[in-house]
Design a protein around this ligand. Structure first.
Ligand SMILES: Cc1cc2nc3c(=O)[nH]c(=O)nc-3n(C[C@H](O)[C@H](O)[C@H](O)COP(=O)(O)OP(=O)(O)OC[C@H]3O[C@@H](n4cnc5c(N)ncnc54)[C@H](O)[C@@H]3O)c2cc1C
Length: 344
């Protein structure tokens, strides 16, 4: 069960941080993720950084160390390729590895208005049947770089980065996505396709309460409907998805507090707080810093079993287990799902 609201996964940049544990190759492939000890990605903000994985449409710079990367220059309002070029060239990684970045101007705008449409719409334009072959020809005509680095425009449904790489014979990929860009949209589409392939029934409804019953768990849905289950795994996210709400003000003008928007669960706690907070009402965020938000969640065992609510498990950002990350969401999701299925 999932509702139509926002999700951190749908907004993310395409980079996988954290420590992914137990994620097998089939799952990675289905979700379009590349997990490794170390990948090197270029961000849309001009940073070159290491991570534990990424959307596989992002260009992995690690194998391109010491080579020449062609940075695509397109006159879009949200894309300043000359500025990015300077930032990438001067990055600590490029200097340490003697990797070169070169600006290559490509005529990718079919119409003038494409310079200001959203990067999501610009990306879907390349998925039209005839466009990949055309793009391959454009890249071949400018052949020279050992890889091509695009903006976040390489499609949502098609594996365009892979198609282009296959067509031109060198690596092709993107920088990270902006909020609401293609990386999150790709993830959501692949997740839904995977669930459909597994025969899971998806319901788009808001869960308002969780009731632990004698035999199992009942989810109370918006509108009064009820869903009975043997066990429930809550991967409802945290603040971004609205599962945890902030009351009061960050400024400290009114006392800040936190509340879980799903009823029936034990109250929220602050995970790993060195200095325990006795109540999550009246928390002074100005004094404690905003990173406190990353530690607010539902207390659970290592398998994700909620303390005080039998057969209810939590995973992902709802755990409030520190800096939210894709690696953490995958690892804890697999653990909680396995424990719920086995009744541990
Ligand atoms: C802008 C941004 C950039 C990020 N960048 C990175 C990065 O570079 N690297 C990295 O590793 N991580 C990054 N993250 C963090 C990462 O995306 C999250 O940690 C991860 O996606 C959390 O997944 P989740 O499944 O726990 O929660 P979510 O993805 O938030 O999913 C929660 C789901 O539950 C649903 N839901 C919520 N409440 C209810 C309810 N009451 N009833 C029914 N459904 C409900 C929501 O609709 C949503 O579908 C970023 C996050 C954001 C927001």
């Amino acid at each position: 069960v999932s509702h139509h609201g926002p999700s951190a996964s749908g907004l993310y940049a395409g980079v996988g941080d954290g420590e992914p544990v137990g994620v097998d190759a089939d799952l990675c492939q289905a979700l379009g993720l590349r997990l490794a000890e170390r990948v090197v990605v270029a961000t849309r903000e001009g940073v070159v950084r290491e991570a534990r994985g990424s959307d596989d449409a992002l260009l992995d710079l690690a194998p391109l160390s010491g080579k020449c990367v062609g940075l695509v220059d397109v006159p879009r309002d949200d894309w300043d390729a000359p500025l990015l070029l300077r930032a990438f060239r001067e990055s600590a990684w490029a200097r340490a590895t003697a990797t070169r970045f070169e600006l290559v101007s490509l005529e990718l705008l079919e119409k003038g208005h494409q310079r200001r449409i959203s990067s999501y719409d610009f990306a879907t334009g390349f998925e039209r049947a005839e466009r990949p072959a055309w793009l391959i020809e454009v890249l071949k005509q400018s052949a020279g770089p050992d890889a091509w680095l695009f903006g976040p425009w390489l499609g949502v449904k098609r594996a365009l980065a892979r198609e282009l790489a296959h067509g031109v014979g060198v690596a092709v990929g993107e920088v990270t996505s902006p909020l609401g860009g293609v990386a999150g949209a790709r993830f959501e589409a692949r997740r839904d396709a995977l669930l459909a392939a597994l025969g899971a029934e998806l319901r788009r409804e808001l869960v308002q309460a969780v009731h632990v019953t004698g035999e199992g768990v009942a989810l109370e849905l918006e509108g009064g409907a009820r869903l009975d289950a043997d066990a429930a795994v809550l991967a409802t996210g945290g603040f971004v998805s609205g599962a945890i709400a902030l009351t009061g003000a960050l400024s400290g003008a009114e006392p800040a507090g936190f509340e879980l928007t799903i009823r029936g669960l034990p109250s929220l706690h602050v995970a790993g707080a060195v200095d325990p907070i006795s109540s999550l009402y009246g928390v002074d965020l100005a004094a404690r810093g905003r990173r406190l938000l990353e530690h607010v969640g539902v207390a659970a065992s290592a398998e994700g079993r909620v303390r005080g609510a039998a057969r209810v498990y939590v995973a992902g950002d709802l755990l409030g287990a520190g800096a939210p990350s894709v690696g953490q969401a995958l690892t804890t999701g697999l653990r909680a799902g396995t424990a719920a299925a086995l009744g541990h």
